[in-house]
Design a protein around this ligand. Structure first.
Ligand SMILES: *Cc1c(COP(=O)(O)O)cnc(C)c1O
Length: 817
């Protein structure tokens, strides 16, 4: 006789659980492919979405009733959400209901989960930060909206052909998006081009083209609360889809031109901006996001506070995630001046009260500017407004600093261009001018921000600048990604860490106990076995789960120095070959990451990783002592699979270049030890965890700056370090690319001649520090105690703490309130 566990009787279910079962059954009944993973996913997602819809309505009603406090509007061109199913089931407490709801014979939850595509509407850290923020908005019950674009294709999918990256379109909407709630009644017109008429002192923009912005909502559930947050993504539709007269004349292609132009706004995240057409499309996307979002905010505010436009800034925070949405203050000014009849001073007060801005990079070349000519063509009224903002601002500067025309030129919103360069509008300058608060994302980055790129503005308005160090959500990055560790933490210190991550501190007192180290080691090993299976499946490489998993996963970029990691791998390979019988700690070096499609040096790094991996992995003298793998198509879900299995986290950017990093936080939270430079949030992590519990190496930011100033010669380091010379020679002489010995010539030349990211200067210390890593790994008890101390120190890096700081210092009150 078979005994089956009886399903929970209907009567014992909560209202939501019962509703969930009913909704899943209803969805399944409508599908011909019942029993497939696709049908299960669609049914569960639709049921969850409906329940979240109820919570959404209750949240909006509660937010509208709230007196005081402000609604936060987070504008971002990127939201790197990843999968939604696991998170939603956890938040709603429905995980254990899925089996009963889907019925017998349904695929396992793991299979259903694996079927969900990642919502990869972002490039990297900046977009993932926005996604973590939405999670905290809900958990902290903060009245809020995230605003973004609904791209048909997010970040490209990465395939590897012959060791080279190939970009494929990301088909995430191929099977529809069961999470999306389309809001047909939430639509706004967004204009482009045309002219400005000035009649009777009134300005009116008459756009040549109108595009409809249609709201598509994604509801983000809160953990430990019924509150939810909203990601509102705009889909563009032509206001006049086809030119019917042209169509009837038989001019089919011409008749669809408007539709085509509108659709293009949704096609992809980051159209290749190496062409003028690509840059123009990007500007159109940015304005489309800004205009639709602001119209939506104003409409909501007017519903709740009819006739009180001047109070908008006190009730609403408009936050710019980097400068991509920096046209927001110009558009808000236009709406207030031209559509709502406010005077300049009053409109500017409202705008600056509402606006705040986060900077994400110090690299001057990454600061956005737009050709004035392009603005004039696409956004003529906004250009006028920019000029007027600038005229008033510069008059003020000239009054404060008479005769300092150099300062005027440096801080002007307009780069006047010279020697044939076109005039350009500086978006970071606009963002700073219009914001009451501007923040960097780690202590070091915020400090360097006011010392370097924004030094002039910081002198003008020192009180405007502050730091808010990034954080990550412990729900996704610990509770869901690492259920083994999470459950074990519940047993050791209680489950309070799930809502208040500072509870992790209690682990410090326990970390030295042998019993706990052994338990932590077991959890890690299980995660490593699972990853080893995935590596075998995805790359064909067999790796030893007991070897040290040394992991660097992030966008491939020169400043992040994946190449430095490769140099160490080559040095290690050469050393093993020279002395195979030494006491080597077996290592598996794991890479993942995408290179921007037009970024040649980054793509070459991917190819080098593959070339080195081929040589090392097939070298019989090396055996299991060293393996190198590159897991393709990095994204949120892959990160969730890799991070819990990492022993060592590579955070090795040139000091002063990584604004914060959040990958570093996810790793330490999962018990990996960090090898890293004194950069970004690594510094604050070291301070929180204990500096001797991380492997810190390399030049610090001040030394990097000094070295560059004095004249840095990478050749000197190569000449005096035979190990480094052997590594560089091997790359240069075609050891890893015998069929094409010249393949890495440009790469080696850059290293020897300019080495802008100081790999040569940091190499020796990096290799020495890797030896310290080996030494500790040989002592498992010491290693795992250290790992637990790392977890214990990570309470500060919860995104909940980050959002509390934003509320307290940036969003909570309008200036002067
Ligand atoms: C966390 C995360 C990042 C940011 O990683 P860094 O190492 O801080 O650059 C990028 N992409 C994904 C998918 C992430 O989850």
């Amino acid at each position: 006789m078979t005994v089956t566990t009886p399903a929970t009787p209907e009567t014992a279910l909560t209202r939501e659980q019962a509703e969930f079962r009913r909704l899943v059954a209803r969805e399944l009944a409508q599908r011909s492919d019942r029993g497939s993973a696709a049908a299960s996913l669609a049914a569960v997602a639709a049921a969850v979405r409906t329940l979240l819809g109820d919570r959404w309505a209750a949240t909006q009603a509660a937010d509208a009733r709230r007196k005081g406090g402000r609604r936060v509007h987070y504008l971002s061109m990127e939201f790197l959400m990843g999968r939604a199913l696991d998170n939603a089931l956890d938040a709603l407490g429905l995980r254990d209901e899925v089996r009963a709801a889907l019925g017998q014979g349904a695929p396992a939850l793991d299979a259903v989960r694996g079927h969900e595509p990642d919502a990869a509407l972002g490039n990297g850290g900046l977009g993932r930060l926005a996604a973590c923020f939405l999670d905290a908005f809900a958990a902290l019950e903060l009245p809020s909206f995230g605003y973004g674009l609904r791209y048909e294709h997010g970040m490209f999918a990465q395939a590897i052909h012959d060791g080279r990256q190939v970009e494929l379109p990301d088909p995430w909407l191929e099977h529809g998006n069961p999470w999306e709630l389309v809001r047909p009644e939430q639509r706004y017109e967004v204009g482009f081009g045309g002219m400005v008429s000035h009649a009777g002192g009134l300005c009116r923009w008459e756009p040549a083209e109108l595009v409809l912005a249609q709201a598509c909502d994604f509801i983000v559930p809160g953990h430990g609360t019924d509150h939810v947050s909203t990601l509102r993504q705009w889909r563009a539709q032509a206001a006049r889809p086809i030119d019917f007269a042209a169509f009837c004349r038989g001019a089919h292609e011409a008749s669809a031109q408007h539709k085509q132009e509108a659709d293009a706004l949704n096609w992809v995240l980051y159209p290749d901006d190496s062409t003028p057409q690509g840059r123009r499309l990007r500007l159109r996307q940015e304005f489309f996001l800004v205009s639709a979002s602001l119209q939506d905010m104003l409409a909501r505010d007017q519903r709740e506070h009819p006739g009180d436009m001047t109070g908008f800034g006190c009730r609403n925070a408009v936050h710019l995630n980097d400068t991509h949405p920096a046209l927001a203050p110009a558009e808000l000014m236009r709406l207030l001046l031209d559509e709502h009849g406010l005077g300049w001073d009053s409109a500017w007060r409202v705008t600056t009260a509402a606006t705040s801005y986060t900077n994400h990079t110090l690299m001057p070349e990454a600061l956005e500017t737009w050709p004035v000519a392009m603005l004039e063509e696409l956004l003529p009224r906004h250009l006028e407004i920019l000029y007027e903002i600038n005229r008033r601002f510069l008059a003020d500067i000239r009054a404060r600093f008479p005769g300092d025309e150099a300062l005027v030129q440096r801080v002007s919103l307009i780069d006047e261009g010279h020697e044939g360069h076109e005039r350009r509008a500086r978006m970071a300058s606009l963002a700073i001018l219009a914001s009451h608060k501007v923040n960097g994302v780690s202590a070091l980055h915020s400090e360097l921000m006011v010392q370097t790129i924004f030094a002039d503005y910081a002198r003008l308005w020192p009180e405007r600048f502050l730091n808010v160090t990034n954080g990550v959500t412990p729900r996704r990055w610990l509770a869901q990604a690492n259920r083994g560790l999470a459950g074990w933490l519940d047993e050791q210190i209680g489950s309070g860490w799930r809502t208040d991550l500072s509870h992790l501190q209690q682990l410090h007192a326990l970390a030295g106990q042998k019993r706990l180290g052994t338990a932590a080691a077991k959890i890690k090993l299980a995660n490593k076995r699972a990853l080893a299976a995935r590596i075998a499946q995805d790359t064909g490489v067999q790796v030893d789960p007991t070897s040290l998993f040394d992991v660097q996963i992030k966008r491939i970029h020169e400043y992040k120095r994946q190449l430095l990691n490769v140099l160490h791998v080559i040095a290690r390979w050469q050393a093993i070959v020279a002395d195979p019988d030494a006491d080597w700690v077996p290592r598996t070096v794991i890479f993942a990451g995408k290179a921007a499609s037009a970024y040649h040096a980054a793509k070459l790094t991917i190819q080098l990783i593959h070339d080195v991996a081929r040589v090392v992995n097939s070298d019989p003298r090396v055996g299991d002592r060293l393996k190198v793998v590159f897991l393709p198509n990095y994204g949120v879900s892959l990160a969730e699979a890799i991070i819990p299995a990492a022993d060592l986290s590579e955070q090795i950017s040139t000091a002063g270049t990584e604004a914060s990093g959040t990958g570093n936080m996810k790793f330490a939270l999962n018990g990996a030890l960090t090898i890293g430079t004194w950069d970004g949030a690594n510094i604050e992590m070291a301070q929180a965890i204990g500096e001797d519990r991380l492997f810190i190496f390399g030049l610090r930011a001040d030394a990097v700056a000094r070295m560059k100033q004095l004249g840095y010669d990478p050749r000197l380091y190569v000449e005096e370090n035979p190990q480094l010379r052997a590594v560089v020679d091997a790359i240069a002489d075609g050891t890893f690319s015998p069929a094409e010995p010249e393949r890495y010539r440009s790469l080696v030349q850059t290293l020897l001649q300019r080495d802008p990211y100081l790999l040569m200067a940091d190499f020796a210390d990096y290799v020495r520090t890797q030896q310290r890593v080996d030494a500790l790994y040989r002592d498992p008890a010491a290693w795992h105690a250290m790992a637990l101390h790392n977890v214990a120190g990570m309470g500060h890096f919860s995104v909940d703490r980050t959002i509390r700081e934003y509320v307290e210092h940036v969003w909570g009150r309008a200036p002067g309130q």
